[in-house]
Design a protein around this ligand. Structure first.
Ligand SMILES: Cc1cc2nc3c(=O)[nH]c(=O)nc-3n(C[C@H](O)[C@H](O)[C@H](O)COP(=O)(O)O)c2cc1C
Length: 185
């Protein structure tokens, strides 16, 4: 392989596309985020990096709760819209129907097949962005998206983000924690 340097940047090859839900001044607001991942197994935690200027930040700071909503490709227009406009200028409270779960202040986008309710554990000021780490209090998943009681990406059809483009999920190629066993001893 002939490597060249491409400079430091916050690069990860592929990312999920989620909607961060937060109540701001008592109203639901949803923003698109790709910089989201798992933070801890026990207790279960997820995290998302939000620019300090986001309207959503106000809601998370206000209630110490938020949600991560996993849209399906069916919601790609609504999802991109929530990343194009800010709650500071546009009321996004009706883009999705909002429900509430165990946490009474983290709005859950009904149309998204999976909703993750989070209680703020910690925020880390990294510079331009705040890394919000949330303890997962509950996950709500559409019945039709489950296989053996677990969310199934083949049924969710989530939106993959890379290179300012949305992608679908490709075919399963190998089994993780398994194919590596073929490595010669
Ligand atoms: C595909 C996509 C991914 C995005 N990922 C992030 C992200 O991870 N963090 C972030 O701060 N902004 C991200 N944005 C930008 C925000 O969604 C956008 O600034 C939005 O208008 C903020 O909404 P708010 O001000 O109502 O919170 C993303 C936008 C798009 C379209």
């Amino acid at each position: 392989m002939a490597k060249v340097t491409v400079g430091p940047m916050p690069y990860i090859s592929v990312m999920p596309t989620v909607l961060v839900g937060a109540n701001v001044k008592g109203k639901p607001n949803y923003m698109t985020a790709a910089w989201a991942t798992v933070a801890c197994m026990a207790p279960p935690m997820v995290c998302v990096a939000l620019n300090k200027t986001r309207y959503t930040v106000k809601g998370i700071e206000e209630n110490k709760t938020f949600s991560l909503n996993v849209p399906s490709l069916k919601q790609v227009v609504e999802t991109d819209h929530c990343g194009l406009v800010s709650g500071t200028q546009v009321d996004k409270s009706a883009v999705f129907r909002s429900t509430y779960g165990k946490l009474k202040t983290a709005p859950l986008a009904e149309e998204c097949p999976v909703n993750i309710e989070c209680r703020l554990f910690k925020s880390v000021d990294c510079g331009s962005h705040l890394l919000y780490i949330g303890e997962v209090v509950e996950i709500h998943a559409d019945k039709s998206c489950l296989t053996e009681g677990k969310p199934d990406i083949a049924k969710i059809n989530p939106i993959v983000y890379a290179q300012a483009t949305y992608f679908g999920v490709g075919k399963q190629v190998e089994k993780a924690f398994s194919v590596g066993k073929k490595y010669p001893k």
